[in-house]
Design a protein. Structure first.
Length: 628
């Protein structure tokens, strides 16, 4: 049994898909996506948003988010909500949506590397749950309409995909002029009326939903000095729905630029063929387009960070002017004249998503060379030096270990994000020269080369053979200067959360024979028990592959599924996931049994092997019973 569970734990999993699977929503989401792609109008979405399954999936998503424990202006967190039973939770969401009036958003200023601050808006936890309910229904509708050239805050897309696309356009398509578009205070300047019209144009025409979105946009903001402001424009950074709304606004820009070249009608007159994976091969169409006087132009957008690539300087200059006017007239947005510019990549650097890049000769070709951005390098040095100081002056020995762990996490994060830069090794060596000087000065006598990373440690494969690896006691200090380049991965064109073919690329559906039991548990929560308890029962059923944790026996009916508290509630046990386990009725009885005749009866009935009996005894001891 243990071997089988170990193998299945390596199943590919996407949390959005898994949660939809738990609450049997995938068919509904697929239908919304397909209908949106066909141009259908959605004028009755609120019943889906307020459905019990959608609300419980939203609760599960929110509770797994670290920010769920951050209080809003009402000082409530997810811990205040998870105590409610399922019926109370669902009823409260529906009551609030009946005449929605969001509470004030808490404003928090986040420091930026340049000394300025970024305003973050933290909605109250009930408002976050409502926004998540809306997001889950709107996302498949919008995904069907969004451009393929936007990468920020969208499922199955990343900054790495955006960098990979820019590298493709530079190296293969040979576009060496880039327009850097800097939109002034985008999230603070979004025009509410325009946004609502754009939602309407996407087919989202449920009047009640539109009124809820308007209320979210106009939610009062509680400033740090306790004053309250009422916004007339903008979407609060920090709101769950804000990234989707921002993409709705800028999708119009994406589609307009796409229509200039990539999606120009002439392309499709010469595009009958499909690639091996089913996508259109537009090569013939683009070759025909080059005989025209149209501007060859491609957009890459990550949230409000926009890059437009062109073949000629003249085309780039004309396009830069057109984009400025278009943003101003169509979206009511201003660009920064100082930061919006045309860059010749053969002569100058261009920065995008923390990377800087240019074009350099390589043999007979011109290829992209990329580095960590200058600001990123300066920030990394400052951050690592400060963490070295924290390691040197801990409160106690245990605290020092935690600080070393934090330093190693920083190194992993830096390498994980920036390893796609072609010159990352060179950049990291430069950072290491300065950071290591601080490290050696602080730990001249404590730090050694002696030691090894355990074979099971996640750092072993990547850093285990590095000669730069150092140890303080038995704890390793990961080398910031040891990083190898990795080629950026392009967006998988087939992958999609809302089609069966697309899901197969990224996710394995639960291979549980009696999966219907999980759906039954979701539709029939245990009355009187907390939302957290009922949600954890479902995820445990999936984690245990529909089997008893002790015997490995498959559950055949919902009645067979007993959820046991490892530490009983009367002894202070909670409904947390780690304190619960699913077992059969007979095993549950045996865990709590104290009479010899009852123990003998169920032992004979279950016929446990030594390993199963050991697991049973562990649960008995935790429950305050004598081992058998």
């Amino acid at each position: 049994m243990a071997t089988e569970v170990h193998k299945k734990s390596k199943t590919r999993k996407n949390n959005n898909l898994r949660y939809a699977e738990y609450y049997d929503q995938q068919e509904i989401l697929d239908g919304l996506y397909a209908q949106s792609a066909e141009g259908k109008i959605f004028d009755n979405l609120m019943p889906l948003i307020m459905s019990e399954a959608n609300i419980l999936r939203a609760y599960r998503t929110i509770k797994s988010n670290k920010g769920s424990k951050t209080p809003g202006t009402d000082n409530l967190t997810i811990e205040d909500i998870e105590k409610l039973d399922v019926n109370e939770l669902v009823a409260e969401i529906r009551r609030r949506l009946g005449n929605y009036r969001p509470k004030a958003v808490r404003r928090k200023e986040i420091p930026k590397p340049n000394g300025k601050t970024r305003p973050l808006g933290i909605p109250c936890i009930w408002d976050r749950l409502i926004q998540q309910c809306i997001l889950q229904i709107l996302e498949p509708i919008c995904e069907a309409k969004f451009s393929n050239n936007s990468y920020g805050f969208r499922p199955l897309r990343s900054a790495e995909n955006a960098i990979a696309e820019e590298e493709r356009l530079i190296n293969l398509v040979k576009l060496h002029f880039v327009i850097e578009v800097d939109i002034k205070s985008f999230f603070d300047e979004v025009n509410h009326s325009k946004l609502i019209r754009q939602m309407w144009a996407l087919g989202i025409r449920d009047a009640k939903l539109i009124s809820v979105v308007k209320a979210i946009l106009k939610a009062p903001i509680r400033m740090p000095d306790e004053t309250t402001q009422r916004p007339t424009k903008g979407t609060p950074q920090g709101g769950i729905l804000s990234p989707l709304l921002a993409n709705i606004v800028l999708n119009e820009l994406d589609q307009w630029v796409d229509s200039q070249w990539q999606e120009y009608p002439l392309v499709y007159q010469y595009t009958p063929a499909h690639n091996a994976r089913g996508t259109l091969n537009k090569g013939s169409g683009y070759r025909a387009m080059k005989a025209t006087n149209l501007k060859e132009v491609y957009i890459i957008r990550y949230a409000d960070d926009v890059r437009i690539l062109c073949r000629k300087r003249s085309q780039a200059n004309h396009m830069a002017v057109a984009v400025k006017l278009w943003l101003k007239e169509r979206l009511k947005l201003q660009v920064s004249e100082e930061k919006t510019r045309v860059v010749n990549l053969k002569k100058n650097w261009s920065e995008f998503l923390g990377f800087k890049m240019r074009v350099v000769p390589k043999g007979k070709r011109m290829v992209m060379e990329s580095h960590m951005g200058d600001k990123a390098i300066a920030k990394t040095k400052k951050m690592l030096k400060a963490q070295i100081d924290a390691i040197k002056y801990p409160k106690n020995q245990k605290e020092q270990g935690l600080e070393i762990g934090s330093y190693n996490s920083m190194v992993r994060g830096i390498h994980g994000y920036y390893q796609i830069a072609t010159k990352i090794s060179q950049d990291c060596r430069g950072i290491a020269w300065e950071v290591n000087k601080r490290l050696y000065n602080k730990f001249k006598y404590e730090m050694t080369k002696k030691g090894q990373i355990g074979s099971r440690a996640r750092d072993g494969k990547r850093y285990g053979k590095s000669k730069q690896l150092r140890f303080i006691g038995k704890q390793w200090i990961l080398p910031i200067g040891y990083c190898q380049n990795k080629h950026p991965k392009s967006k998988n064109k087939v992958a999609n959360l809302y089609t069966a073919e697309g899901r197969a690329e990224v996710h394995d559906m639960l291979a549980i024979r009696n999966k219907w039991i999980m759906a039954y548990m979701a539709e029939n929560p245990v009355v009187g028990r907390s939302a957290e308890y009922n949600d954890n029962r479902i995820s445990l059923f999936a984690a245990q592959w529909g089997k008893c944790a002790i015997t490995g026996q498959e559950f055949l009916t919902p009645e067979e599924v007993h959820c046991h508290h490892k530490k009983p509630r009367k002894l202070g046990g909670t409904d947390k996931y780690a304190n619960l386990v699913l077992v059969t009725k007979e095993v549950h009885t045996l865990i709590h049994a104290s009479k010899p005749e009852t123990i003998s009866k169920y032992l004979a009935m279950l016929n446990l092997n030594p390993e199963q009996k050991s697991k049973l005894n562990n649960l008995r001891v935790m429950a305050g019973c004598e081992p058998i």
